[in-house]
Design a protein around this ligand. Structure first.
Ligand code: ADP
Ligand code: MG
Length: 672
């Protein structure tokens, strides 16, 4: 029998090699592996006969091998077998899989799964011995990540072994606290060995619920810790009269939403209780200046502030724009090798590496820009220090109210819900492939009319993909060639992507901001917050590959100085849902409304399609699933009410559950 904490090395079927593969990915116990969810499922539950085979759906059938052969067609070897049942015969083929013929003995019968190709045979069908509980055929089959370097079939067998011999300690089972829930053992079986699609959906929802409960618990915990926290010394306290709130160097009038946010932040940093605040504002709403004003005041008092940006481009850009807004303020760009004297008061701007220098900088305020883009582990190293500093997190991701009240309840909220005056909504067009050249001509005309205009072209990939299923996806290299050919010498075209040398990237970025580039072909790295004043058009290739939130971020890159901005979407997708999504995007400019649309159009059914939400730090739940979140809140309150009498025990209970607070130590956004 295995328990959740059993080490994988003790599981039958896992040897040293497999164990070390799993360990490399931090999967060491039975629990870890059970929580490594299938990427998706293939429905092979359709049992049929050879006559039922078709081009669309996989069918599992029993058939007898009548002949096999093995031959070479350089560069590969081909194995083939003919099998029959009473409804007919069919040819099966494999490439470079000699072992298959050792198994397929003439006259023996097996379970096969697959669908026909156009030539009427089946390529790479699944084969399995006929047994009462098949693993790979005749059922809904989970497909696991290949990153373990272990064959998917083997992972399935291991999970079957675990599920069959799993004994779950009652205290780990949330259904102990909430009797209406399914038993954990069933949930885990449904996930890895489902009989129906419904079971998978149900199991995923159950894990999602547990995840949300743990996060609510965590948020409440942080909130109470934070409230207990008073900085002993008070170096962070701001002395400021209302008249001096907005520095005279700021060249524009703040919107009333910006002003309100500045006031809220300043009120917080006037006290000695560290602030933990979230500043939400749509792309282009002007969050930078708001954060900058807070920094400005603290630095004037001889304190330091750290600003953590998600990309280098954005970091260097922040240095520039903030220096323009606050010419007297010492602002430093912190890069990997920089030998700055970090004890000087000032604003230190950099990417996540800045976090490692907190000890020296001793920031009184830490500002995180576009937080949801941060990966694992960038936040907690200097936890103690951070606790004493004020924290301000800026994001353009609209966070629904129900989330704010539950998972983010430890954060105060400032909202910029208003655009600076004179902004024109970016006009968005879905452009058909037929009109591509017309579109290029139009771009050319725009550049001729006003040479300072700049155009950004976004491709999902850097290079052509060797993977067949991505062959239609645009890439920077090819697009650059295509455009260079098209525009000849009539426009200055450059590319920018993550595989270029750092120096090259910097050169391009500098030229871009100096206005020396007309058309930039790039990957979605421009998405995060870049403020290119003269960007006028953004062309998004394979728009179907981007979520609405990403599209909205990308579109937010143009028209930022009040000029009319344009967004062209190219997409070859014929799917109705995609067309509808892009159409809505082209008609709606409000980020919150787009987020709401995303909410309505996602459901549990997405599990089979592997969809991702804008914030990807949740393992099981979807940020967007409002219903589940409110449900979780209700259940959380119920549990806590019941546990009032035994409050210490209640803490233990939370800690023993399947999903643990520690799982979110590093990568829960905004949660420190
Ligand atoms: P985001 O909220 O997306 O980070 P930014 O802070 O980069 O937006 O601001 C977008 C642009 O708007 C910047 O060029 C900034 O200087 C300008 N801006 C910000 N606030 C105002 C305002 N009140 N009036 C005019 N322009 C503003
Ligand atoms: Mg920004």
């Amino acid at each position: 029998m295995y328990s959740l904490s059993t080490s994988l090395i003790e599981v039958n079927g896992i040897g040293e090699k497999a164990f070390s593969n799993f360990s490399e990915k931090n999967v060491r116990t039975v629990r870890d592996l059970l929580l490594s969810l299938p990427l998706h499922y293939i429905d092979r539950s359709q049992i049929g006969q050879i006559a039922d085979l078709n081009l669309e759906k996989e069918i599992t059938f029993v058939a007898e091998v009548t002949s096999t052969s093995n031959f070479y067609r350089r560069p590969r070897s081909i194995q083939s077998a003919t099998v029959k049942d009473e409804t007919g015969r069919i040819k099966l083929m494999w490439f470079n899989n000699k072992f298959i013929l050792n198994k397929l003995k003439k006259g023996e019968s097996f379970l096969f799964s697959g669908k026909l190709n156009k030539k009427g045979s089946i390529v790479h069908p699944q084969v399995e011995d006929i047994a009462s509980d098949s693993i790979h055929t005749g059922r809904i089959v989970p497909v696991y990540s290949s990153t373990f370097g272990i064959q998917i079939g083997k992972i399935r067998r291991i999970l079957k072994e675990i599920i069959d011999n799993l004994e779950i300690d009652e205290k780990c089972d949330l259904s102990q606290l909430v009797p209406s829930l399914e038993k954990l053992k069933n949930v885990l079986t449904f996930l890895h060995y489902p009989e129906t699609q419904d079971q998978v959906v149900k199991a995923r929802e159950r894990l999602a619920l547990e995840e949300l409960l743990i996060l609510i618990e965590k948020s409440n915990y942080i909130k109470s810790e934070w409230q207990n926290l008073k900085t002993e010394e008070k170096p962070n306290k701001l002395e400021l009269s209302d008249n001096d709130l907005i520095p005279t160097s700021v060249p524009f009038t703040l919107t009333s939403a910006q002003l309100r946010s500045v006031k809220e932040i300043v009120a917080d940093i006037k006290t000695s209780v560290p602030m933990n605040r979230l500043l939400i504002g749509d792309v282009g709403s002007g969050k930078t200046v708001v954060a900058g004003i807070a920094a400005y005041h603290l630095i004037n008092q001889g304190l330091s502030v750290a600003l953590v940006a998600p990309t280098k481009i954005l970091a260097s850009q922040h240095v520039q724009t903030l220096q323009n807004l606050f010419p007297q303020t010492p602002i430093f760009h912190l890069t990997v090798g920089s030998k700055l004297d970090l004890s000087l008061p000032g604003l230190y701007v950099g990417t996540h590496g800045v976090v490692n220098r907190f000890e020296k900088i001793k920031p009184s305020l830490i500002i995180y820009d576009e937080q949801h883009r941060f990966g694992v582990g960038h936040r907690s190293k200097s936890f103690d220090l951070e606790k004493k500093a004020h924290l301000l997190t800026m994001t353009a991701t609209p966070i629904p109210r129900s989330l704010m009240l539950t998972i983010f309840s430890h954060l105060e909220l400032s909202v910029i819900d208003e655009m600076p005056a004179g902004r024109k909504p970016t006009q968005t067009f879905i452009t058909s492939e037929k009109k591509r050249h017309d579109a290029y001509d139009w771009l050319h005309k725009l550049l001729e009319e006003e040479p300072t205009r700049q155009i950004i072209i976004v491709c999902p990939f850097i290079e052509p993909s060797t993977h067949e299923s991505f062959s239609g996806v645009s890439n920077v290299m090819d697009k650059y060639q295509e455009l260079t050919k098209y525009f000849k010498k009539k426009a200055k075209i450059e590319m920018l992507h993550g595989r270029m040398k750092k120096k090259e990237q910097e050169g391009i970025t500098d030229n871009l901001f100096a206005g020396k580039i007309d058309i930039l072909v790039t990957t979605p790295i421009v998405e995060v917050g870049v403020d290119l004043p003269t960007a006028t058009v953004i062309v998004i290739e394979n728009a179907e590959r981007f979520g609405l939130a990403s599209l909205h971020q990308l579109r937010g890159r143009v028209g930022r100085r009040g000029q009319q901005g344009y967004c062209l979407l190219f997409s070859k997708s014929k799917a109705d849902t995609t067309k509808k999504r892009l159409k809505i995007f082209s008609e709606e400019t409000n980020g919150m409304k787009l987020a709401e649309f995303d909410l309505q159009n996602r459901g549990a059914g997405d599990i089979f399609g592997m969809s991702q939400s804008g914030m990807d730090n949740l393992k099981f739940a979807n940020w967007a699933n409002i219903e589940l979140i409110s449900g979780a809140r209700r259940i959380y309150n119920d549990i806590n009410k019941e546990n009032k009498k035994l409050s210490n025990k209640s803490k233990e209970k939370w800690e023993s559950l399947l999903i643990k607070k520690e799982d979110y130590k590093d990568n829960l956004p905004l949660a420190n």
